[in-house]
Design a protein around this ligand. Structure first.
Ligand code: SF4
Ligand code: SF4
Length: 360
């Protein structure tokens, strides 16, 4: 199973969508690494995903955990300190998820001046230093973002294996409070950008025989092609848990301060005893695309009383549009597979990295 380890709640950025993350104490790890090890070794194949705050602010603790615990390693980072990881540790990572939002203009507006350039320098550097794993650009999409232009931009850098995005939570809280004018119009333009992106994605398969690593498209297309469906893609509360600095365990890394999310601790629980202690409920379980969407986000689902129906329904228009567009593209994709130009394995993602929630 997968475990986010919050190395610190401190961050060296103050991004618009997050504002530095959770402030609740403790901010720093209180448990001993041997306690973490005893807990994780009861899982036969743990995947550790370093998380924060900004995890690379505690690079020494990260290295101690890597040295002490046999596992696969992943990190979610803002990328500013990637140059501090020595080559011998870089090589131990299966995947790295780097947060940026698209072009320099968009990223610097949301995260701060100079952030985009620093990330690009560091991403180039870790490749030169021998990181060969999966490099994922992880976008937060704020209201006003042109999804088509920004995803195409990141793919066009040639630096990232995959691009993933999530819609900014805040815009839906604001929809509930009715304080964000123009949100519905932007959702319409976002949906139309998704249509253009799906068309381009399929046209590239036809002309180049290549499946670009647009994570939400790959994941949903895999579900449609196989008919297998999926539970909550991020795995929160199912097979992905977050170990907080005091050793308590949250179903989701973002909702650590919410009672519904706190489901145990490394001192009192075994990994498998945590599964399904927190799960999505209505309106998702009765939704006609629940088997594909999986409920999108446990945190939003369990906070829906805060969102009122308006905000929730707005989110779902984006999910339903995405699924509809990919269903429309499916006959072309199936034909390319039948003709041997593509294979089902082109749509296998994620391998071990659930840090991408698939449904934006
Ligand atoms: S589309 Fe909306 S209601 Fe349906 S499963 Fe997804 S999040 Fe839930
Ligand atoms: S999608 Fe929602 S439940 Fe899943 S990790 Fe993200 S915030 Fe948590």
């Amino acid at each position: 199973m997968h475990y986010h380890i919050i190395l610190t709640k401190e961050c060296n950025l103050n991004c618009n969508y997050c504002g530095g993350g959770s402030d609740s104490p403790p901010k720093e790890i209180q448990y001993r690494i041997c306690d973490l090890k005893s807990f994780l070794l009861r899982d036969s194949a743990p995947v550790i995903e370093f998380y924060g705050g900004e995890p690379l602010l505690r690079i020494d603790t990260m290295k101690k955990i890597i040295d002490a615990i046999p596992a696969h390693f992943v990190i979610q980072t803002n990328g500013l300190l990637l140059d501090k990881i020595e080559p011998e540790y870089l090589k131990k990572f299966h995947s790295m998820l780097v947060s940026l939002d698209g072009t320099k203009e968009v990223t610097d507006r949301e995260r701060g001046t100079g952030v985009y350039d620093r990330i690009m320098q560091n991403v180039n550097l870790i490749r030169r230093r021998g990181f060969k794993g999966d490099l994922v650009a992880r976008m937060t999409v704020a209201q006003g973002t042109d999804i088509y232009d920004n995803v195409r931009h990141l793919l066009g850098t040639g630096l990232f294996d995959h691009i993933h995005w999530q819609l900014n939570f805040e815009m839906f809280w604001e929809a509930w409070e009715n304080t964000e004018p123009g949100l519905e119009d932007w959702i319409n333009s976002y949906n139309s950008g998704i249509s253009s992106l799906v068309n381009w994605w399929v046209s590239e398969m036809e002309s180049e025989g290549r499946v670009h690593g647009i994570v939400p498209f790959i994941g949903v297309m895999k579900s449609l092609l196989s008919g297998a469906g999926s539970r909550l893609w991020c795995g929160s509360g199912i097979d992905f848990f977050t170990i907080m600095p005091d050793g308590r365990i949250s179903a989701c890394p973002v909702s650590v301060d919410f009672d519904f999310s706190v489901i145990g601790s490394i001192f009192e629980n075994t990994p498998h005893s945590l599964c399904d202690k927190a799960a999505v409920g209505e309106p998702c379980v009765s939704c006609d695309i629940f088997h594909i969407c999986g409920g999108r986000c446990l945190f939003v689902n369990r906070s829906q009383e805060l969102l009122r129906e308006n905000g929730y329904a707005l989110i779902c228009t984006t999910v339903k549009h995405l699924v509809r567009e990919l269903q429309g593209a499916m006959p072309w994709v199936q034909a390319l597979i039948e003709n041997g130009i593509l294979s089902m394995s082109d749509f296998e993602y994620p391998e071990i990295n659930n840090g991408c929630e698939i449904i934006p």
